[in-house]
Design a protein around this ligand. Structure first.
Ligand SMILES: Cc1ncc(C[n+]2csc(CCOP(=O)(O)OP(=O)(O)O)c2C)c(N)n1
Length: 917
């Protein structure tokens, strides 16, 4: 929360005379210390323009004005049909306050507002103006905004600056726009009967509103617009905003390859995966000069999961805004704008929106104000608002985030354009989010095959007879003398002809069916080995830079001593621990020209106090991030403590990485098990986006994981989930036992960024092993070599009877025990990379160890969890006649035992059992 906002909490008027007197005292002392409205009131009283006997009336006038501003929207004409009636409305008329027209005519306009005084001769006229403004087809909600400047600015724009003047040209353009929107839907409705398209009809204004976003953005030189939206109206937006040709859209309905009709000028980019997705989840990128300056418009690919794309779009937006070629990223909010289109049921229903809105003012995540448009058709599938939300409006959740909210009647197309202009001005002035509730209806059922009158008969009784927007607006223009009826009909006819001609150009016999869905060769080939060692001198200098602080900067004294130990690997036989290895890797990655962005809860220090990437001066609290100041950096380093969210922050950083494929984008879970709060991000984006949509990312996930007696939570990062989703080289899954291997894997991940072989990296990361002296490695292992997917210590080949394979902490438990009680009959293979499985390396070792009769797979997790189900069939194919045996916890519904003592017994039993021949 911004401190300034707190200090500017809004003053509400009420019927409290004591309060007014107190304010009067304050005003006498310092007029500027009370609100503008009260200044007007006290000014009028002091001027002697009113008789003192009118004090009660004055109070009523003030209350009436305040009520109109605060609650006028409740009585506004914001519903095209199926109007809502409210009980217990606040008083909004003269009569309710016991006032008459004459009373008000006897009072000056400046009593209502100082700024309206020059426009109106008395309070009556000024109040009529306010009623018109606040109770028309636009309803404004801003009294919840804490920032007084924002409120005053909005009041000024709404009451004084007023609505736009639309020229004849503007009006005709608008009519043509809605004619195309409607014409497109009607054409598909008629020609592809029963095909799902999630029609926009009822909230058609969305398209001209987005066109206005683009033209207004162009005026502000915003060259990139990131749009996120669900199914409703998506085909229409693809066609009319991303300029996806009608031929492409219609070809998709005909199962003909749409790419045949992709514009040859390269202005539209549509990526596709090999398994594909339904047409209303697809996105695209359009470069256009249609709205003035050159702009890139992107519609993010989107799974069916409503609203989940919101943080992804925010991350994409931020990635465009961040210049990452300096030591720290430099954000310019004019480089990109996020536009999020929501459903009225989904917006308040899906928690991801709360999480995403909470990002809006945070340094690591803000995007300079997103524009939210709710396509409010008053129904979610079959569910009406009284069953889908506890709030009055779908938009009410945005109030807690201080966002202005405007409700607009979707049938008043000019009002819809007006609110976009207001929203854009607000964004450009205050760099905050703005919410528009586009209130319309849904012409058909949830999709075009549903009969909505079965479940929503009263609503659909009205919809069935309600004229569509192009007819309403066309007839209005005819009635106003802007165009003739013939001209109107010609506009409609032209649209139909455009669609007919596009349709005729598609050969319906050229059906496209690819049941094989083979992944591209480059993906199938996977990643090769990469030399990732770094010269000792480079590492030494980097280390020195990380331990050098600006003059006068004093980190916490005990921490300084701990950090000083990071000299030891270079000066004596010291070892590089986990946190140190990671910072060395990040430093060299930015020196190689790839920006690094790491976020997670408490990640600046590290949950286990292992990282200390950001230091605090113990006297001033000032922060210092050494990696932002190292020599030779070619790209930025960025790290942020994230808010306490998983889904939104994972989505955000996934989006960031999709947009900036060169960036090493790392998200760290506080404990690995919390990552399942972001499960849909893993299922629907990170693991599958490449195959579905051709959307690549190289995001890295750090998930603390190990059984250390901390109970059912804080033990398992649910490794099984990532392994179950692993296929088609979609990501790397690793669980390491060496800090040098961690260093090399991070560098390998960075190496493949922005290449056709880039893929996400899912890492089970250590807790107690963060400082384990075996896991910590000498610096010479960092200066040469590469990532090793399998590590084995030397063994006496002919003596080995049992091969044990294990990953992560349990592998170190086995190793430690073998150190204490050496056993030549056992060979331990530390499997560092679980997916893709290093089959060749495993096979060679298994074949090499001829005398071994058994392969034991050891894991900490219960048998129904962990890697066992994934690895067993793989080991079977590599076993070469050897028996495969499982060592680990029995099948459990919970991840682990709750009691630490029980944990020790169980863990010890697994180790002993595995090490017994
Ligand atoms: C997370 C999630 N839950 C459930 C659904 C199934 N579903 C699809 S559309 C829909 C109704 C959405 O209503 P609303 O947000 O008002 O959008 P509309 O379709 O009316 O535009 C539901 C429940 C879904 N797609 N995603």
């Amino acid at each position: 929360m911004n401190k300034d906002n707190l200090e500017e909490a809004p003053v509400r008027f009420g019927a409290n005379l004591g309060y007014l007197l107190e304010m009067a005292d304050q005003y006498n002392h310092d007029p500027a210390s009370v609100t503008e409205e009260l200044q007007a009131l006290f000014g009028v009283l002091a001027s002697g323009d009113v008789k003192t006997g009118d004090a009660g009336k004055l109070k009523s006038v003030i209350q009436l004005v305040d009520n109109i501003r605060q609650y006028g929207h409740l009585k506004g004409d914001i519903y095209p049909l199926y109007k809502r009636e409210y009980d217990h409305l606040p008083k909004l008329t003269l009569e309710e306050f016991g006032l008459t027209e004459e009373d008000l005519k006897a009072l000056p306009a400046k009593l209502v507002s100082e700024k309206l005084a020059s426009q109106f001769t008395n309070a009556y006229e000024a109040i009529c103006h306010l009623s018109e403004v606040y109770m028309g087809t636009i309803g404004y909600e801003m009294s919840h905004i804490n920032n007084a400047d924002e409120r005053d600015w909005l009041i000024n724009e709404i009451e004084i600056a007023g609505r736009q003047a639309f020229s004849k040209e503007d009006k005709i353009k608008l009519l043509k726009s809605v004619a195309h929107v409607e014409g497109f839907e009607k054409y598909i409705h008629k020609n592809f009967v029963g095909a799902k398209r999630f029609s926009i009809e009822g909230v058609d204004a969305l398209v001209p509103m987005l066109e206005t976003v683009l033209s207004e953005s162009s005026k502000s030189d915003i060259g990139n617009i990131q749009i996120g939206m669900a199914h409703r109206g998506r085909l229409n937006v693809l066609t009319h905003i991303l300029e996806k040709p009608y031929e492409m859209m219609l070809a998709e309905f005909m199962h003909v390859d749409p790419l045949k009709f992709l514009p040859e000028d390269g202005s539209l980019k549509i990526s596709r995966g090999w398994t594909g997705d339904v047409k209303y989840h697809l996105g695209g990128t359009k470069t256009t000069t249609r709205y003035g300056s050159e702009q890139v418009i992107e519609l993010a690919k989107n799974p069916s999961h409503l609203e989940i794309v919101a943080p992804v779009v925010l991350g994409k937006t931020r990635a465009v805004q961040d210049a990452t070629n300096g030591n720290a990223p430099e954000q310019d909010i004019n480089r990109s704008l996020a536009v999020l289109v929501h459903g009225d049921a989904a917006f308040p229903g899906q928690g991801i929106n709360f999480e995403s809105m909470n990002l809006s003012n945070l340094d690591g995540y803000k995007t300079g104000g997103s524009l939210h448009i709710i396509t409010n058709n008053r129904v979610g599938f079959t569910t009406e608002c009284w069953d889908s939300r506890s709030t009055n409006y779908a938009t009410d959740i945005a109030k807690g985030y201080d966002m202005p909210i405007v409700h607009v009647n979707a049938d008043d197309i000019e009002a819809c354009i007006d609110v976009i202009i207001l929203a854009m001005k607000f964004r450009q002035t205050f760099h905050h989010d703005f919410v528009i509730d586009l209130v319309g209806y849904r012409r058909y059922g949830h999709n075009e095959m549903d009969e909505p009158s079965v479940t929503n008969p009263m609503m659909y009784k009205e919809i069935k007879t309600h004229p569509s927007i192009e007819i309403l607006y066309g007839k209005k223009l005819v009635a106003d003398g802007v165009i003739s009826e013939e001209e109107m009909n010609q506009i409609f006819k032209n649209v139909e002809e455009e669609l007919r001609s596009a349709h005729d150009s598609i050969d319906k016999n050229e059906k496209e069916t690819d049941a094989e869905m083979a992944m591209p060769e480059v993906v199938a080939a996977g990643q090769g080995d990469v030399e990732t060692g770094v010269d000792l001198a480079v590492l030494e200098q980097l280390n020195q830079d990380m331990l050098t602080y600006p003059e006068g900067f004093t980190p916490f004294s005990k921490l300084t001593k701990i950090l000083e130990r990071r000299q030891d690997p270079f000066t004596k036989d010291g070892l590089v621990d986990w946190g140190h290895a990671e910072l060395l890797a990040f430093g060299t990655i930015i020196q190689d020209g790839k920006p690094v962005r790491l976020t997670g809860q408490d990640s600046e220090r590290g949950t286990f106090a292992q990282r200390h990437a950001v230091l605090s001066d113990e006297k001033t609290g000032e922060k210092y991030t050494p990696l932002k100041h190292i020599q030779g950096a070619q790209a930025s380093f960025d790290i942020h403590n994230s808010p306490l969210s998983e889904a939104a922050v994972v989505g955000f950083d996934y989006g960031y990485n999709v947009q900036n494929k060169n960036a090493m984008t790392v998200w760290e879970a506080q404990y690995g098990d919390f990552s399942n709060m972001a499960q849909m991000m893993f299922d629907n984006f990170i693991s599958s986006a490449h195959a579905k949509w051709g959307e690549t990312s190289g995001m890295t996930l750090l998930l603390p994981h190990a059984y250390e007696g901390q109970g059912p939570e804080h033990s398992s990062a649910r490794l099984e989930r990532y392994l179950q989703l692993a296929a088609e080289n979609n990501w790397t899954v690793a669980n390491l036992t060496s800090t040098s291997n961690y260093f090399h894997l991070l560098r390998k991940q960075a190496h493949y960024l922005n290449t056709d072989q880039m893929r996400p990296l899912v890492m089970m990361t250590p807790k107690s092993l963060l400082r384990n002296t075996f896991v910590s490695r000498p610096i010479k292992e960092f200066t040469e070599g590469q990532f090793r997917p399998v590590i084995t210590d030397s063994y006496k080949k002919t003596k080995v009877k049992k091969i044990l394979i294990a990953s992560g902490k349990v592998a170190i438990d086995l190793y430690t025990e073998l150190q204490k009680n050496p056993n030549d009959e056992i060979a331990l293979i530390r499997l560092e990379q679980l997916y893709p499985l290093p089959e060749e390396a495993l096979k060679n070792m298994i074949t090499d160890l001829k005398n071994a009769a058994e392969i034991g797979f050891v894991q900490e997790e219960p048998q129904n969890q962990g890697a066992w189900h994934y690895i067993y069939p793989e080991l079977e194919s590599l076993a070469n006649g050897k028996t495969i045996k499982y060592y680990g916890r029995v099948k459990r519904s919970s991840t682990s035992e709750g009691d630490n003592e029980v944990h020790k017994l169980v863990q010890n039993a697994i180790i002993q059992d595995a090490l017994t021949i």
